[in-house]
Design a binder for this molecule. Structure first.
Ligand code: ADP
Ligand code: TRP
Length: 320
């Protein structure tokens, strides 16, 4: 079984990225051949500062390795170190109906938020299809917002196979329903673009401030809260605290008597401990950047064997 996923270097990684995509990916590296990459070509659709892109790419590498991506098990590379993917994207783009891309929520949401779209942003799902199909991927672990893109990938693969003969494997998205959407500090989906994130490796003071700033309602501490399970801090606590601890907080909130301040303090402590070991590993990796570069270079070399083989298959099928 081949597992593949990618993450964009577009800013500091947060709890949504961690629980929605990174942790499932890290756990899956035990279950098959794992291919994980830093999607720096994708970041070009919305980030135009080269130094920032380089910095972010290195940060994602450090974050992912610190969180447990194991280069002895998984192939980990920088997307642009395997340019075959852009050739496959061109081949696939000629079989992609405009309507398929026009229906993509992620594109429509960005346009609705006032982003003036470039062609790359519109064609983004085709590059993502190329990422997935180039490595004969079976399983793609992602958060729920990426599910449609994997479905688009399947549609494009089916179209190619019908047009040029059986060439591509159809991938399946894998979404963890219990963490499909991690809420942000304002209760909406946690996302860099909404400014409501809690970073995985934020500095202590900054994250404490963000957690203490989680938006709550104006009920008094004594009031019972029958909807305790919907509380954003409780939802986050369920991710970073042992299940019985989270349950206990939830019950105390439901019964009345637990103040929101104490709840958020508890959340901060559990968040901070949850990532303590990873934080130490990250500091160690950051002091050995040559090693990190070496991991990415080696990953790109290992990814090459598969990429060249699959691209050759697609070129031949299409008559190139
Ligand atoms: P952002 O919304 O912050 O820009 P990305 O779109 O770069 O995040 O997402 C990277 C990965 O993390 C994707 O697989 C995405 O589904 C997952 N992800 C991002 N935010 C969340 C969230 N709030 N809950 C669950 N998964 C998420
Ligand atoms: N589009 C994904 C995101 O923004 C990142 C990504 C690029 C990806 N290529 C991929 C994820 C291939 C899975 C598979 O999160």
């Amino acid at each position: 079984m081949r597992i593949l996923s990618g993450i964009q270097p577009s800013g500091a990684l947060h709890l949504g990225n961690y629980f929605g995509m990174m942790l499932p990916a890290i756990e899956l590296q035990e279950k098959g051949e794992a291919f994980y990459f830093i999607a720096d070509y994708h970041s070009m659709t919305s980030l135009f500062d080269p130094a920032q892109r380089r910095r972010n790419t290195l940060d994602v590498a450090l974050d992912f390795l610190a969180c447990g991506l194991d280069p002895a098990r998984a192939i980990f590379w920088r997307q642009s170190d395997r340019p075959e993917v852009t050739e496959l994207a061109w081949i696939l783009t000629t079989l992609t109906p405009m309507g398929l891309l026009e229906r993509c929520h992620s594109y429509k949401d960005k346009v609705a938020r006032g982003i003036s779209p470039n062609h790359g942003l519109f064609a983004y799902p085709v590059l993502m299809a190329a990422d997935i199909l180039l490595f004969d991927s079976n399983i793609v672990p992602v958060g729920r917002d990426q599910k449609q893109h994997v479905e688009v990938t399947r549609d494009i693969a089916i179209k190619f196979n019908e047009t040029y003969g059986q060439t591509f494997i159809l991938p399946e998205p894998q979404i963890r329903e219990e963490v499909a959407v991690v809420p942000g500090t304002d209760g909406q989906k946690m996302s860099k673009s909404y400014g409501n994130t809690v970073e995985i490796f934020g500095d202590e003071k900054g994250v404490r401030k963000k957690i203490m700033g989680i938006v709550m309602d104006s009920r008094t501490p004594q009031e019972p809260k029958p909807d305790a399970e919907k509380n954003v801090a409780i939802q986050m606590l369920r991710l970073v605290a042992p299940a019985p601890v989270a349950k206990d907080y939830e019950e105390r909130l439901r019964a009345g008597g637990l103040g929101y301040g104490d709840l958020k303090k508890g959340l901060f402590e559990h968040y901070w401990n949850y990532f303590a070991a990873a934080r130490a590993r990250r500091a160690e990796l950051a002091s050995n950047l040559d090693h990190v570069e070496g991991v990415l270079r080696d990953g790109a070399a290992r990814a090459r064997t598969v990429a060249e083989k699959v691209l050759a298959r697609a070129r031949t099928a299409a008559g190139l």
